[in-house]
Design a protein around this ligand. Structure first.
Ligand code: NAD
Length: 495
């Protein structure tokens, strides 16, 4: 059942700089993943426009009261912003859903409230982290003072446009920085509404800016701009490496990188309620059609229960219905583009040619439209060196490997490159602790798969899955730099 008409959603084909929309001639077509229709065009900020946005942010950082005011006042603006975002859900949820892979029901129930609550979470830190007083000689006073960097360059991916952007911008703004954000060119519009609402909430113009464009021109110019003091990035490992190199060559800038993954889900025969585990494993790879950094894409299951668990996952997959993102009943997201669906299918078919067997799915999902959907797929009989096991697919494709003992399970779980997340399902506490110690992953979920909704636990990858954290206290602290101050007292009278 359609919840809104996609043609009625209005977008601004513009940048947002210094508190207002900045129109520019459009250079890129933006398509709706659900039906592959070009629905808007996008300007591409060149180096000159990037410079204007960053200089504007710098002036706002230096001259507005954003960094200088009492931190509680900054927190108040951020809380007001979060309230406005929630109150705007009727406009914001369709704006998010229409051009992304997020079905309207998910956008309304999760993406919008999660974005708002994340901003509130970071607002609470604003007056809680000031620095430390050091133990010095009694005629000295030594301290560290936590200060914002200045202008932070943020670059976001397309898979959860609002939530991923908010994880970058909320801690940076709460710490007193100005931000220039470049959203993905595939999902560029919903964050503009956030920028508008920030002004309505009382944020000084120029503190939060959005520039539109691709990675090669706009993203690269942003990262390399000399006034950008720090870069925070979420996206693929390949782009993350390029950004790290650009940061090194343009002023040794600090950088936070949230990158790709190939996360294992370990299921032991003693796991409580294997039916429930199968549903969880299915959800962890089918959610957002597998277009999730922490997608649990490798099932590693004890041989004695493998058939049972795989059958349960296949059954859970059958309940998923592809649908337009504006359809209230849609439960399987589209793939971001038809070309991406072909890329996913290519990886599946090459794995089959290399000996893998298809236990579910294995083809594009039939759907009466131009959008591309991929059937949630299970590949068995796979080897560790197979493309589908080795490389991030970023689609709803689960590989299955079996084991007989714990050492074998942990050896299979270890990925040579990625270390973003891992799931462990078992009733044995000793085994839990052994797995937690040995798994090389930034996050380990036990008898669950997926983040909690309370923001307090940081998220970030080991190995080539990234550097630094989003969420949690760690993400807030990463947006501050510490100045050391040592003061000599005047000698005491008579000394
Ligand atoms: P991507 O790397 O292709 O693009 C991400 C962003 O970087 C886009 O805004 C893009 O325009 C920009 N970009 C591209 N090249 C650039 C360059 N040279 N300089 C500056 N910016 C550049 O990634 P994507 O396809 O948008 O997102 C999917 C990837 O993101 C997956 O690998 C996924 O695992 C990862 N991801 C990771 C997390 C996490 O928290 N670890 C979260 C979401 C997505």
């Amino acid at each position: 059942m359609p919840s809104f008409h996609p043609d009625q959603v209005q977008v601004h084909s513009a940048h947002f700089i210094g508190g207002q929309y900045v129109a520019a001639s459009a250079a890129l077509e933006v398509r709706r993943p659900s039906d592959n229709r070009a629905y808007a065009s996008l300007p591409v900020a060149d180096a000159e426009l990037v410079d204007r946005a960053v200089e504007n942010a710098w002036q706002a950082f230096k001259t507005s009261n954003w960094a200088r005011q009492a931190p509680r006042d900054r927190a108040r603006v951020l809380r007001r912003w979060a309230d406005l975002i929630e109150a705007d859900a009727a406009q914001l949820a369709p704006l998010e859903a229409v051009g992304s892979t997020r079905p309207i029901a998910n956008a309304a129930a999760w993406d919008i409230p999660f974005t708002a609550e994340g901003i509130r979470f970071f607002a609470e830190f604003a007056d809680k982290e000031g620095g430390d007083v050091a133990a010095t000689r009694s005629d000295q006073f030594g301290m560290t003072v936590a200060e914002p960097y200045g202008v932070i360059g943020a670059i976001a991916p397309w898979n959860f446009p609002l939530v991923m952007a908010s994880w970058k911008i909320a801690p940076a703004l709460a710490a007193g920085n100005a931000v220039v954000l470049k959203p993905s060119e595939l999902t560029p519009f919903s964050v503009l509404r956030l920028a508008e609402l920030a002004i309505a909430a009382g944020m000084p113009p120029g503190i939060f800016n959005v520039i539109q464009g691709d990675g090669r021109v706009t993203g690269d110019a942003l990262v390399r701009h000399p006034r950008i003091a720090k870069v925070t990035f979420t996206g693929s490992t390949r782009t993350g490496s390029a950004i790290m190199a650009a940061c090194a060559h343009s002023g040794t800038k600090p950088v936070t990188l949230e990158l790709g993954g190939k996360s294992p889900q370990l299921v032991f025969a003693d796991a409580p309620d294997l039916d429930k585990v199968a549903r969880m494993v299915a959800g962890a790879i089918a959610g957002n059609a597998g277009q999730v950094c922490v997608a649990g894409s490798r099932l590693i299951v004890q041989r004695s229960v493998a058939d049972l668990v795989v059958a349960g996952i296949a059954q859970a997959f059958q309940a998923l219905r592809p649908g337009h993102t504006w359809d209230q009943d849609s439960t399987l997201s589209p793939i971001i583009s038809p070309a991406d669906a072909q890329r996913i299918d290519g990886m599946v078919q090459r794995s089959v040619q290399a000996g893998a067997r298809i236990a579910a799915g294995g083809a594009l999902a039939p759907f009466g439209g131009e959008g591309a959907f991929y059937q949630p797929t299970i590949l068995t009989g796979v080897g560790a060196d197979m493309e589908a096991v080795r490389d991030e697919i970023f689609g709803p494709v689960l590989t299955v490997q079996t084991f007989d003992d714990d050492d074998e399970a942990l050896a299979l779980a270890d990925h040579p490159a990625y270390g973003l997340a891992a799931g462990v399902h078992t009733a044995d506490i000793g085994r839990v602790l052994r797995c937690v110690r040995q798994l090389e992953a930034g996050t380990v979920w036990v008898n669950r798969y997926g983040r909690s909704d309370d923001f307090v636990l940081p998220t970030g990858g080991f190995k080539r899955s990234g550097m630094g954290k989003d969420l949690g206290r760690q993400a807030y602290e990463a947006n501050l730099r510490h100045k050391t101050v040592l003061i000599d007292f005047a000698p005491e009278s008579g000394a």
